[in-house]
Design a protein around this ligand. Sequence first.
Ligand code: ANZ
Length: 825
Amino acid sequence: MKRYNPKEIEPKWQKIWEDEKIYQVKEGPNKPKKYVLEYFPYPSGAAMHVGHVRNYTIGDVVSRHARMRQYNVLHPMGWDAFGLPAENYAIKSGIDPAEAIKINTKKFKQQLMQMGFGYDWSREIDSTDPNYYKWTQWFFTLLFKKGLAYQKESLQWWCPNDKTVLANEQVEAGKCWRCGSEVEKKSLKQWFFKITDYADRLLGDLDDLDWSEAIKTMQRNWIGRSVGAEINFEIDGSKKHLNVFTTRPDTLHGATFMVLAPEHPLVEDITTPEHKARVNLYVKNSLTKSDIERQETEHDKTGVFTGAYTVNPTNNKKIPIWVADYVLMGYGTGAIMAVPAHDERDFEFAKKFKLPIVPVIRPLSSRSESIDCFVGEGLMINSGKYNGKSSSETREKITAELTDKKLGSEKVNYKIRDWLISRQRYWGSPIPIIHCPKDGAVAVPEDQLPVLLPKLKDFEPSGDGRSPLARISEFVNTTCPKCGGPAERETDTMDGFACSSWYFLRFADPHNDQKPFDRSKAEYWLPVDDYIGGAEHAVMHLLYARFWTKVMFDEGLINFTEPFTTLRNHGMILAPDGQKMSKSKNNTIEPDGLIETGYGADAVRIMELFIGPWNQAANWSMEGLGGAYRFLNRVWEIVRVYQDSAKADPLSENNKEYDDRPIWLAAHTAIARVSEDLSVMGFNTAIARLMEYVNELYKLRVNHWMFADSGKDAWKFAIENLLKLLAPIAPHVTEELWHELGHKESVHLSDWPVHDGQYLIKDTVIVVVQVNGKLRGQLELPLNSSEEEVVMAATQHDKIKPYIEGNKSIKVIYVPNRLVNLVTS
Ligand code: ANZ
């Protein structure tokens, strides 16, 4: 047998696996299914580095392990190729985006292949392929027909650098999530998906998902459900009403002023002539601020009085109405009742403008009626008939009372906003809508889909609020599908997140040209059992995909309501110096080079997993990679020695009988432990156990001749199972050695071994030896040794002898299999 040379064996097996299609699957009733999926990558210009590769390595081990446990495993791969990263890359490098995608996906695919990842490539999808985006458009028209896609003119986040609008989720602390530029607000007519209709279900169904609590909490906060009341206040001297949303109707007696958002339509109506000029100026100034700036707590509160008053229904007192920008128009009713004694923002405001502060709740733990702000629950004070009652009870009572008097009602509010889906960029799926002067917005009929994205020479965004497609009259001008009259096509494209909201379904039936997918195929494979990826998608992709899945369920397209049963977020790989790897920092490490230098993909895979727990960040290390390579060499060598031994001439000495139990014990222990570790994704500990196991086999080899008759079966078992246990992690080297042993079928299609508990029972025990109650030594003795045997062994032991010498009578206290105490006198 030759030496271990990954450069030779890895490409060889990759080709054989592809030719023999060992990862291609079909729906089948005989085996349970498992769908393992990693986020499909966007093939931007930069190649994948070892950080990206970790994600796919984890998915690959999970899917190979499942396949060996006789699951019918779907493990597909594709390209999320529409969207800004690909387009920006194309602009920068001056290549047509479609061309750039071709080059980049080829590169990515080659990178994935050389890592030995077992994908069913017959299911490869590309979101920019018209056969794919035809169905993305079809879903758009479905949402449109269900009233879940609509167009609205409103102020939107605008990225001046990328020259497009952004969804709320894509603005992070006032900056564009992609390029980091400060975003602006622009009034534009945009397309939205009505995700708010699904807020309650998106929230409720989180409970049953096997996802990390961190991600679930981020989704809960993003959806932001608040239960409270809407209260209607009369405006003094006017027929108009002022409606507010509050989560604390219990504090109504303490409302001492009202605040309107500057954009609130009532501002214009109610402001008295003498306050007009100041209010107008204030409103104008506040419109230049972002919502985030407006809500910053460290800023001094600003505001103006309108001159108008409402009436507090509890005591008929007049309350002044102010305008202040800390109240946002986009939430609740855009107006609040301010309770400075119990709300921090109102408290700051009241102090600054010298408005009354009336406490109505006192904490249970103190008797003082402090005028500092207290935001918790407690007992009511200054609240008439409610005094002495708990604030939570009062909350319900006041809401009921207001409802009776038709002054208010219970109300649930959500922070989540509808999903802004239109983009003024070229590289996306066209929105399949035709605008007709007579019929308005009309969906493109199914038989005219897809609306093809035309090839453009100049696809740079114009920045005027329209996409480059608006410059192409052949694209724009068309006829109305309803009346046949002249009409114009929508020129915005869809956000890339539309494509990724259903791709996991397409993998179940990727070549269907009649439907997005066949229902029975989707229902066979989905939901995804293990979804593996970074945590960066917490509130975008993962929320959108859940929303689309629920819409499809409602439409009767599928029988499940959640796309991803289990979500696993892997930890990042950092550069050796602990920095985040990125092209701009020039510190990326790509697997290609490591494979090229001779370490091979199997060693890189081991390193990706052995570097630390899979869900924690870790620094890449070259020394570690060397260690992984040496380990694989040791595996190679032990199999080689075993092979050579089997061929050797049986010498008389080798037919000696020997006890083969330690070999069985080592093998079954390894099977038990590695299986246990892999079942909980303990990849690093599984590898550590395999290393221990290999060490043990080397030790055993010294006394237990591999070619002696009495040990043959045990050694065969030990070596073959070493290869099986290592196969999901290091697929190439194990496949090569497996075939060296004479197997014809792939090790990856073999059965995962099961340990036999009877071999794990050890036949020796450790007995602790005490002299006069003090620990003096330990003995390894046969299980169930008699008292006599134990005392004999103890008294003859070098370490224990000195303590008992010269003592005539020794009393013995013996706890079988555990402890012996020799009491001298
Ligand atoms: C009176 C009150 C008394 C409030 C009190 C709080 C404490 P969440 O939990 O985020 O839903 N609010 C309502 N609409 C607002 C808007 N458009 N802009 C800014 N603030 C607004 O918070 C709901 C609370 O935030 C509401 O309850 C309201 O203040 C304020 F002791 O009403 B509260």
